[in-house]
Design a binder for this molecule. Structure first.
Ligand code: CMC
Length: 432
């Protein structure tokens, strides 16, 4: 990492701040000594210009629409790899050879099963609990099962925690869905691939044979899931990953940290967008209503936003959206549907891309504009869309948690603030 510096002066004092340059990307001013030396803080709500850590995992160039996992372009990974290879890559830094992948897959499949007592937790939830609410609770409660024996200073203990999370989250996700429709949980099957096993845990019915299950363990469905999981696997310091890092910086149990990440992902500005896109399409209803809703999205006094449009980092196109757009068309061809929402989505995309407001503000469809449509075509229930995002992003969350915990010098994350409340004042004297 090459270093030069920029100078800043305050109160007749001058300080040279190191300018850090990573392998790729924007030069970054190291302001760590600013408070100690000059007695000032920096103010950056929403972390628009602030790097919160160093990381080797993922790189995004928002202007050029570039996304790299450990240096590999997302387009190449999407075309040539599987979600488990990508998970291995994110966690370990290199693609696995055949032997390493086989050990990793085998290791993972043996962690898929839930402790029988944990399976019992689901009965405490009302049948109409949102699956994301159950995910927060059940994933967090894994910490109750794996706490006392966990030595956070032992890298092997940390690796096993990461593997358990990656393996158990699909089992928990499917169990959340089964609970919501009143069906018994399905045990994971060690002989099935990651996506096939998930589909089996979601949709199999008692007494069905594997051949009868082929309609939902369909190769196009498996391929589409694998692709969406790869595209959603990591996205550098997004809100949920930063939440996992922030919680992890205190030394908290990893399962609790991932539950914190799941909570952050749920919001419609982040992972909740895929479910929000479908809700928005239902609200818009027909192609005729599109101009009215575009006008609402542009109106500063109206809270309505076009869900699935815009991104903090991507300002020309989201490379994940380009890939999902093609998949969306392939899936719709494979499962032809007269669902009016598909036609509406494509019409909305066309209108927005020609609209001056969206062009001027560089608001393009993001990955979640299309992912919800694909999941709907694959018959994944709408309230499970964000849970699907959780399954994929777990690979990124655990990789960032491992990276942070491996750093010998990591410190607790503790932002400062610009206080705008009352000056000090006296408590009113009480009448005797
Ligand atoms: N519809 C209408 N106007 C928008 C939209 C939108 N979806 N997104 C941004 N704008 C406007 C916004 O009002 C602002 O206008 P002005 O400059 O006049 O104040 C300008 O564009 C910049 O927006 P911002 O809110 O400052 O941008 P941000 O970087 O803080 O927010 C975002 C990014 C993704 C939260 C936002 O674009 C948004 O709310 N999009 C809809 C939700 C969504 O699709 N989220 C999924 C993101 S991709 C999945 C993931 O990685 O989590």
């Amino acid at each position: 990492m090459s270093k030069d510096s920029i100078s800043i002066g305050y109160n007749a004092k001058e300080l040279k701040l190191p300018l850090l340059r990573g392998t790729l990307g924007t030069p970054t001013v190291d302001i760590g000594k600013l408070n100690k030396k000059l007695g000032i803080f920096t103010y950056d709500p929403g972390f628009v210009s602030t790097a919160s850590c160093k990381s080797d995992i993922t790189f995004i160039d928002g202007e050029k629409g570039v996304l790299l996992y450990r240096g590999y372009p997302i387009e190449q990974l999407a075309k040539q790899s599987t979600f488990l290879e990508v998970s291995y890559l994110l966690m370990n830094g290199e693609l696995p050879d055949e032997k390493r992948l086989s050990i990793f897959t085998n290791d993972l499949s043996h962690h898929t099963i839930l402790h029988e007592s944990l399976s019992g937790f689901f009965s405490g939830f009302h049948y109409d609990a949102h699956p994301m609410a159950m995910m927060v609770g059940v994933v967090g409660s894994l910490s109750a099962f794996y706490h006392s024996q966990l030595d956070m200073n032992d890298p092997e203990h940390r690796r096993i925690s990461a593997m358990r999370l990656l393996a158990k989250i699909p089992t928990i996700a499917a169990a959340c869905y089964r609970h919501s429709v009143g069906l018994p949980q399905v045990y994971p099957r060690l002989d099935l691939g990651y996506c096939e096993n998930f589909l089996n845990m979601m949709f199999s019915r008692p007494g069905q044979t594997y051949t009868e299950q082929n309609d939902y363990i369909d190769p196009v469905t498996v391929e589409a899931l694998n692709l969406l999981f790869i595209l959603h696997a990591d996205h550098e310091q997004n809100a949920s990953t930063s939440t996992v890092r922030l919680a992890g910086s205190t030394g908290a149990n990893p399962y609790a940290c991932i539950a914190a990440g799941i909570s952050a992902l749920w919001g419609p500005a982040h992972g909740g967008a895929n479910e929000a896109v479908l809700k928005m399409l239902v609200e818009i209803g027909t192609v005729d209503n599109i101009p009215k809703y575009l006008a609402k999205a542009k109106d500063k006094n109206d809270p309505f936003r076009l869900m699935g449009f815009g991104h903090r980092v991507y300002k020309n196109f989201d490379p994940r959206a380009t890939i999902t757009r093609d998949t969306c068309h392939a899936v719709l061809e494979r499962f032809p549907s007269d669902d009016p929402l598909f036609e509406l989505a494509l019409a909305l995309e066309e209108h927005a891309l020609k609209d001056d407001y969206f062009i001027e503000k560089k608001l393009y469809p993001n990955i979640d504009f299309y992912s919800g449509i694909i999941y709907r075509a694959l018959k994944i229930p709408e309230n499970m869309f964000t849970v699907m995002f959780v399954i994929a992003r777990t690979a990124g969350w655990v990789s960032h948690w491992l990276e942070m915990m491996d750093e010998p010098t990591h410190r607790i994350s503790r932002p400062r603030q610009l206080y705008t409340g009352y000056d000090q004042r006296d408590y009113p004297t009480k009448n005797a």
